[in-house]
Design a protein around this ligand. Structure first.
Ligand SMILES: Cc1ncc(COP(=O)(O)O)c(C=O)c1O
Length: 379
C-alpha cells in the first residue's frame, strides 16, 4: 500500500499505540475518583498536561484535552460567541476554513451572529488589509487557520495576531490542525488566544487533540457536567488518548526539523514529476507546506482517478466535501478563483515522514498511466 492521504489522517506511531495500550490497561481508574487508584490516573493526567504545555510553550492550565480538531474549533468559536455576545456579535473568518469552522459560523449566523468570510488571493492567502478593514466595534473573534488542508497555503498568523492585539476586545483563534509539527508557531508570540490541534494528524490516535485557551479567556462550555478540564470540558477524561496524544506531540516536535528537510525534498520531486504530465495543473502555489500538494486534471472526474489509483493500493484524496455551491467543486479552489475546470477536478496528495522516494516514483508512474488511458478513452 502507498498511503498519500496523510492530511486526512496518519498512521499511529508504534510508540503512541504502545503508550495508549499501557494506559488503557493499567490506568483505567477515573482521575476524579478520590481513592489511590484514581489518584494515580490523576497524576498521569497532570503529568501529561505539563508535558503537552511544555512542548507547546504554554501553561498547563491553558491546555484543554479534546476529541480532536472539530471539537476544538467548535469549542473555541461557539464558546467565545456565547460567552461574549453581550460585547458584540461579529466574527471574522475566511472562505477557505475547514467545515468545522465554517459550519460552526453558519450555525451562529442562524442564531443572529454576523459573520464576515474573508476572500483569499489566487494562492489562498487572506489579505491582512481586508481583515483590518473588516473589524468593527461589534467584532469579538477572528478565526483563521494556520495551514489550509486542501492547498497547504500558510496564512500570515503573526501579522494577523498583531492586528487583532490592537483591539483588546477581540479574541484570535487559530485552527492549527494541519500546521502542528510542520510549521513553527509560538501561540503566545503570535498573539493567539485560542489554538486547535488534533492528534490523529500527527501519528496519534483518533479522538484526541487539544485546545489552547490563553489564561484569563472565558468561554461558554459546550459540555456541562462534572467540571473536568478546568470546567471548559466536562466528562471523564480519555486518559489513554491524552497520554497517546502527548507522546505523538513529543515525537513530532522532536523530529520536526529533520522531517522538514525530507518532506521538502519529496515535495520538490513530486512537483517535478507532476509537471511532466501534460494534463496536470499544480494548484498548490510555491511556499506552501511541503506535506500537501494539490493538483487538477481538468476534464477528468477526480473520483475516477482516485478509484483507479485505489485498485493499485495507492491512496490519495479529492477535495473535502464541504460547503461548496456545486457538490463536485472544491470550495477552497473556488474561493481562490482558479476556475471551474480546476475546482471540479482537484486531487490532493499528502505526505508523511514515512513516505519514501520510491512511493512517489510508483505513484507518478501509475498516475501517468491512468491519465494517458483516460485521455485515449475520452480524448
Ligand atoms: C484544517 C483542519 N481543521 C480541522 C479538522 C478537523 O479535525 P478532526 O478530524 O480531528 O476533527 C481538520 C481535519 O481534516 C482539518 O484539516
Amino acid at each position: 500500500m502507498i498511503y498519500l492521504d496523510n492530511s486526512a489522517t496518519t498512521k499511529p506511531h508504534p510508540e503512541v499505540l504502545e503508550a495508549y495500550h499501557k494506559v488503557a490497561e493499567h490506568y483505567f481508574g477515573n482521575p476524579s475518583s478520590i481513592h489511590h487508584f484514581g489518584g494515580e490516573s490523576e497524576r498521569l493526567l497532570t503529568h501529561s498536561k505539563k508535558q503537552a504545555a511544555n512542548i507547546l510553550n504554554v501553561l498547563p492550565e491553558e491546555i484543554v484535552f479534546t476529541s480532536g480538531g472539530t471539537e476544538g474549533n467548535n469549542m473555541a468559536i461557539k464558546g467565545i460567541a456565547f460567552a461574549h455576545q453581550n460585547r458584540g456579535k461579529h466574527i471574522i473568518t475566511s472562505q477557505v476554513e475547514h467545515p468545522s469552522v465554517l459550519e460552526a459560523c453558519h450555525a451562529l449566523e442562524s442564531l443572529g451572529f454576523d459573520i464576515t468570510y474573508l476572500p483569499v488571493s489566487k494562492e489562498g492567502i487572506v489579505n491582512v488589509d481586508d481583515l483590518r478593514n473588516s473589524i468593527t466595534p461589534e467584532t469579538i473573534l477572528v478565526s483563521i487557520m494556520s495551514v489550509n488542508n486542501e492547498l497547504g497555503t500558510i496564512q500570515p498568523i503573526s501579522e494577523i495576531g498583531t492586528i487583532v492585539k490592537k483591539h483588546p476586545k477581540i479574541f484570535f483563534h487559530v485552527d492549527h490542525v494541519q500546521g502542528l509539527g510542520k510549521i513553527a508557531l509560538d501561540f503566545k508570540a503570535a498573539g493567539v488566544d485560542l489554538c486547535t490541534v488534533s492528534g490523529h494528524k500527527i501519528h496519534g490516535v483518533k479522538g484526541t487533540g487539544a485546545l489552547f485557551i490563553r489564561k484569563g479567556t472565558t468561554l461558554f462550555p459546550l459540555q456541562h457536567g462534572g467540571g473536568q478540564e478546568g470546567t471548559f470540558r466536562s466528562g471523564t477524561e480519555n486518559l489513554a488518548g491524552i497520554v497517546a496524544f502527548t507522546k505523538a506531540l513529543r515525537l513530532i516536535k522532536e523530529a520536526q526539523d529533520e522531517n522538514q528537510v525530507r518532506l521538502l525534498k519529496l515535495n520538490k520531486m513530486l512537483r517535478e514529476h507532476l509537471r511532466e504530465i501534460p494534463q496536470v495543473i499544480i494548484n498548490s502555489p510555491a511556499g506552501t507546506v511541503p506535506h500537501i500538494l494539490n493538483f487538477s486534471v481538468p476534464g477528468y472526474k477526480p473520483e475516477v482517478i482516485i478509484h483507479s489509483l485505489g485498485e493499485k493500493e495507492i491512496y490519495i484524496s479529492t477535495k473535502s466535501a464541504c460547503s461548496s455551491k456545486r457538490s463536485d467543486e472544491s470550495a477552497v479552489l473556488a474561493a481562490c478563483q482558479l476556475g471551474e475546470a480546476r475546482a471540479t477536478s482537484a486531487l490532493r496528495v499528502s505526505l508523511s515522514y514515512g513516505t519514501t522516494e520510491e512511493d512517489i516514483e510508483i505513484f507518478i508512474n501509475v498516475l501517468r498511466r491512468i491519465v494517458n488511458e483516460l485521455h485515449e478513452v475520452m480524448g
